[in-house]
Design a protein around this ligand. Sequence first.
Ligand code: DQQ
Length: 533
Amino acid sequence: ETLNLIQRTGYHFQPPKNWINDPNGPMYYNGLYHLFYQYNPKGAVWGNIVWAHSVSKDLINWEPLEPAIYPTDHFDINGCWSGSATILPGNKPVILYTGIDPENRQVQNYAIPKNYSDPYLREWVKPKDNPIVDPDRSVNASAFRDPTTAWYGKDGLWRIVVGSKRNHRGIAYLYRSRDFVHWVKAKRPLHSKDKTGMWECPDFFPVPLNGKNGVDTSFDGPDIKYVLKVSIDLTRYEYYTVGQYHQGIDRYVPDNTSVDGWSGLRYDYGNFYASKTFFDVDKNRRILWGWANESDTAKHDVAKGWAGIQTIPRELWLDSSGKQLIQWPIEELETLRGDKIQIKNHKLKMGEQIEIKGITAIQADVDVTFLLPSSLDSAEQFDPRWVNAQDVCALKGIKVEGGVGPFGLFTLASENLKEYTPVFFRIFKAPQKHVVLMCSDARSSSVRSGLYKPSFAGFVDVDLTDRKLSLRSLIDHSVVESFGAGGKTCITSRVYPTFTSLNDAHLFAFNYGKESITIESLNAWSMKRPQIN
Ligand code: DQQ
């Protein structure tokens, strides 16, 4: 009971019990948001997978419905795995998903609402002509899954991508169809990359060059780039590139500023996987949902009776540099903000830490802007061999004294700092530039052993000329979702401090670097509990 009180999230999406993983087929339809997700109706470990279903008016409060898609036929009898929704002309939603057949082959199926006028779209029908995409002889039938939202071409054909691999090459197979039922594989995949392994949950969509608005997946107009995201099962991280889609030849080519594969950009440098975006036509934005797995042992998951959460939906758009995406929690989240604490122009000297009191530190939203010293001369030297941010965070942590930084927040901290998850920056000097490291270091998050406690970290490509660096952390019992520099670098950590009461959690701001750092402004709110399932 105490475990559940302390560890179950307050404002993140969770069902009352059991295992969840990937968000599936998110969409906006007739005034409601629909979220489906991979769910085990029978327990807190992966298995017996169905599409659970919830609906919402605001993406924050959720009403549960019966599972929408579950094994019934030869084409999905061994599981209903991930997939996507497309809204066809005439406002007709259709779901594409991966079914596991009796031979454990992965095939692609479609499902349509039984009754379009049911605002909840409770019941889904799987027509008898399923499966609509079978793995042909050249395709690895045990690595062929997770169809994308379809997009429409000038030639009157719909297109989807299905994730796969051949040997070690990750592949985004392209299929085309005129009627959404008969699909033909294109000669060449949309994209592929050697030595990346299986591409799960691919996502392919256009982003406008300017502004925060999103566009429909089938948008066909000027001033856009494309994003291809893949979830790589070998690393359990999600990588994306920004590039060009050549409609005529149906090929996607990443820009030369975008690296393909393991050293490329990630949506999130922490525990965030199998995500999916959708275009919210009501508010003209593209929204990203991702799954955050537990970092606890399966034994503890079973004891709690649940495992997995969905992260807070993020709005996503292209940075003005055109080189990377920006992500930010949807504005609706702010309706949950309660009691507020504000700090302005507070100088943090070397070694100083201050407690942010007056809010519920176990369930909070904190947004802070730090002002850096006028000179960054005393920043530590960056070693060009440091290519992996997580290793640098492990090496330096918060304890190795720095010049500019480490500074940031201690989240989910016990009063005496026996347990705490520091989310922080360290700034380094490199020839002609500065390198900003952002960490969410779970190593000190819990005195318990057997937990997965990585020193998650990413670099932040930010211009420091205005001397400002911001950090927002969404703290919710066993999760800390952090957004550096306005959403340029994001890190989600799952952590399990051994608190025995809700009041055991504390929040601090700290500076352990030589140079003073000013908190220009810090706003922190207690977060209320929405209705969730
Ligand atoms: N989870 C689903 C698969 C997908 C994987 C199965 C990614 O469709 O590839 O639950 O987490």
